[in-house]
Design a binder for this molecule. Structure first.
Ligand SMILES: [Zn+2]
Length: 200
C-alpha cells in the first residue's frame, strides 16, 4: 500500500483552468433572455461538468474581458474565476479563494447579449486544488480540505505550488486544477504531472 501511494503521488495529472464563470439560472436568463438554453460545448473531466457554448463579457473599473466561457451546470450562486493577471487588467483585487466561497468577494459586471448585471460579489481568483476520490485520498494518505504542496515535474522549471487544497468527493476524478498564471509560471503544458508532497 505504501509503495502504491508513492507511485500515484508522483502522477497527479494537472489541468489548466482558463478564466470562466459559473452562473445561477436566474443570472443566465437575465443575461441571455428568458427563452435561452445553456448548451453544452464539451465535457470537462469532472463528472457532469461541462463547458457551455455561451460566453459573456466581464467588466471591471479599468477594462473588459470578452469571450469568458460559462461552465455548467447552473450553480446556486454566480461566481467568476479569473487569474491575477486578468484582475490587474480589470482593475479589481479579488481574493484567492476556494471555488464556491464567494461571500464578500470582489464586485464584477457581467454583460450578455440580452442584459447586464452588476454583481456586488462573485469574483475570485481560484486557489489551486486537487480533486480526488476517497480511494485516491486513502492511497495518498490525505483527507478532504488538507493543504499540501505540489512539485511541478518538468525539465523547464522546478517549481512548487504551496497551499494546494485537497478536495475529496466520491465522484471526483484525480486531477489538479491551476489557473493560467500558475501554469505559465511553471511552464505547464497539457498532459503534465505534479508530485503531491504532504506538509509537515
Ligand atoms: Zn477544480
Amino acid at each position: 500500500m505504501q509503495h502504491n501511494s508513492i507511485a500515484i503521488a508522483d502522477k497527479i495529472p494537472i489541468a489548466v483552468s482558463a478564466r470562466h464563470c459559473h452562473l445561477s439560472e436566474e443570472d443566465f436568463h437575465y443575461l441571455f433572455g428568458t427563452q435561452a438554453v445553456l448548451t453544452k460545448w464539451k465535457d470537462l473531466s469532472q463528472p457532469d461538468q461541462f463547458a457551455a457554448e455561451q460566453v459573456i463579457t466581464i467588466q471591471g473599473p479599468r477594462a473588459c474581458i470578452d469571450k469568458v466561457r460559462i461552465l455548467g451546470p447552473f450553480r446556486e450562486q454566480t461566481q467568476v474565476e479569473v487569474s491575477q493577471t486578468d484582475a490587474v487588467k480589470l482593475g479589481v483585487m479579488p481574493p484567492i479563494r476556494m471555488s464556491g466561497n464567494v461571500q464578500d468577494s470582489a464586485p464584477i459586471t457581467l454583460i450578455g447579449p440580452q442584459g447586464t448585471i452588476q454583481k456586488q460579489q462573485g469574483l475570485i481568483i481560484a486557489q489551486a486544488h486537487i480533486h480526488m476520490s476517497e480511494t485516491d485520498a486513502q492511497a495518498l494518505c490525505v483527507k478532504d480540505q488538507e493543504i499540501v504542496k505540489v512539485e511541478i515535474i518538468n525539465d523547464v522549471r522546478q517549481l512548487q505550488i504551496m497551499n494546494v487544497v485537497v478536495r475529496v468527493s466520491p465522484d471526483f476524478v484525480l486531477e489538479m486544477h491551476v489557473d493560467t498564471d500558475e501554469a505559465n509560471a511553471a511552464s505547464i503544458v497539457s498532459n503534465q504531472y505534479g508530485k503531491l508532497i504532504k506538509m509537515e
